[in-house]
Structures are given as structure tokens and as C-alpha cells.
Design a binder for this molecule. Sequence first.
Ligand code: SAM
Ligand code: SF4
Length: 317
Amino acid sequence: MIDNYGREIRYLRLSVTERCNLRCRYCMPEDGVFKKRHEDMLSEDEMIMVVEAASRLGINKLRITGGEPLIKKNIVSICSRASAVKGIDEVCVTTNGTLLPEMASELREAGVNRVNISLDTLSREKYAYMSRRGELDTALRGIEAAIYAGFDKVKINTVLIGGFNDDEISSLAELTVKYPVDLRFIELMPMYDSGDFDEKSYVSSELVLKTLPDLIHQKAADGVAKLYKIPGALGSIGIISPVSNHFCASCDRIRVTADGKVKPCLHSDIEYSLKGYNTDEMEQILKSAILSKPLAHEPLSLNHRSGSGRNMNEIGG
Ligand code: SAM
Ligand code: SF4
């Protein structure tokens, strides 16, 4: 479906839970989430109805996210049913990777085409600090399990944080030499309440190009990422700049939260509830949401935080 500004909306990000086994400092509070009532969250059947309604409007790409989607008991069933929905060509999962050692093959068999794994550092100490409870080695084993499981694509998402991992750009980029993975450096976004990061934490992704002057620019773009490659590497390096150079003009996505709200824009508090409706009604609600998708969001900065009114674990990234 085409929105009011000529953008073709083809991509749904569906969050299946707000909960997580980690507590990344830029994403969610240390004490976790305020637990919502079970009956206020989308059921598995309703999630599949949302995907069906979206596919009727021309959405063909689905990302399953969270919170941490792999802690959800019925995640394999959700993936398998979603990938069987007519019109859905590609199902991707975004995960912190820590449960992939046990689950990668099962997800692949359930029809998941791609996985994105979040990894912000290669230091055990820093990983434990930023995630507040995770272990680097488990996440690395998750990356290896994903490669072994044979997904069409394995990507690594790295949030660039000044004073934390800006000294690791080269070593993280080297993962694309060691493994057949694409790595995306993503600028830190000032969400509703994402920790006590100061101005120094918000670094422009330009720093990647300054640090790695030998990167070869790739003509092909990948969604919102500008693509580069280390000479001879197996995978590409992508740069995603939601803060320094927002990409609203080419935004082709909508988001649905685990509590059943469709968000036409990540950084707006406009939400429409899908909870309790049938598939036809959901289709109409999704249509209204697409037609109310703003042209652009306000520029983001430390003093002008995202207007979404939610933290990232409640949206899904
Ligand atoms: N738990 C999964 C994971 O970590 O990949 C999926 C959900 S997580 C909210 C999705 C993505 O959002 C992750 O790559 C995470 O690093 C990113 N993210 C969370 N908070 C962010 C922020 N404030 N700015 C930029 N990216 C953020
Ligand atoms: Fe959990 Fe992902 Fe947020 Fe980290 S970024 S707290 S792993 S939802």
C-alpha cells in the first residue's frame, strides 16, 4: 500500500514480547518491565491475524522482534505460522542471540529466512556491563549457531556508543572478515528513558568511515543502510544513521507492539489498537495507520528525545 507521501509500505515489524533476558542500558530499565495483563497482550492467533491483514495490504516482509523474541515459549510456532501466511516472502528475527545456540536450527526449520543479532562489544566485561546480565561468549556462540543453521543472511546490529565501543569499530568490523555476516553500525537513539547517556555517547556514524578509511563503498543499498566492505571480506558493513541523517523519506515500515498497538512511526506516539478485532477490521485499522504515517519525525537529540513515549524494548527497534 502507498501512503500519503508516495512511500510504498512493505515491511511490518511485529514485537512479540516486551520482556527480555537482558537489560541493555540504552534499551530498558534495570528492573525490567511493568508486567501488563496477559489479556491486554496480543495472543498468538491475533499476531497471525495481524500478519494476514498486513499481507493483504501488500506487506511482504516481516521482522519478529521484542523485547527478546526467543524467550517467548511459542516463538517457533509464531515463526512457522507467520512464514506460511500467503504473501509473506521473508521472515526475519531480531535477537540478542543468547538463546540461538539451542534454537537456531529450529527457527530455520520453522521458516525464518534471516536473523539479526545484536552485539555491541567484543569485550566480556563491557558486554556484561552494557547488558547488565548477559555473557559475551553465549552471544558469540549464538552467532556461530546461526551461521551453522544456514539462514539466508545473518546480520549483526551494533549500536555505536561514544565512550563505550567507539574504540572497537575496527575489531567489530573484522567480524565480517572472519564470518559470513553483515554488520550494521547503528546510531544510538535517545528514547523515552534510555539510560543516563550523555552528549558524548551520541556519536555520528561518520566515525565508522573515519576509522575505516579503506572501506569500499557498495553501490547496492540495503534498506536504510549505506553499504561498504572491507577488501576481501565475506560480509558487508552497513551504516544506519537515524539521528544524524534520518531516512523518513524512504521509510517503508510500520510496527506493531506486543500489546497490539500499530505505530506508523517509531518516533511518534500515534498508535492504533488492534487488540480484540477480527482480520478484516485489523486490515482497516492498519490502513488508517499507514495513511496517518507522518512525513518525517522531529530531529532527535539528547534534549529532544524520541516522541514515541516508549522505550525500545516496548517497540522492537
Ligand atoms: N532483543 C532483541 C535484540 O536485542 O536484538 C530485539 C529487540 S531490540 C529492542 C532491537 C534492536 O534495537 C537491537 O539491535 C538493539 O540494539 C536496538 N536498540 C535498542 N535500544 C536502542 C536505542 N536507544 N538506540 C538504537 N538502537 C537501539
Ligand atoms: Fe533486551 Fe534487545 Fe533491549 Fe537488549 S536491546 S534489553 S537484548 S530487548
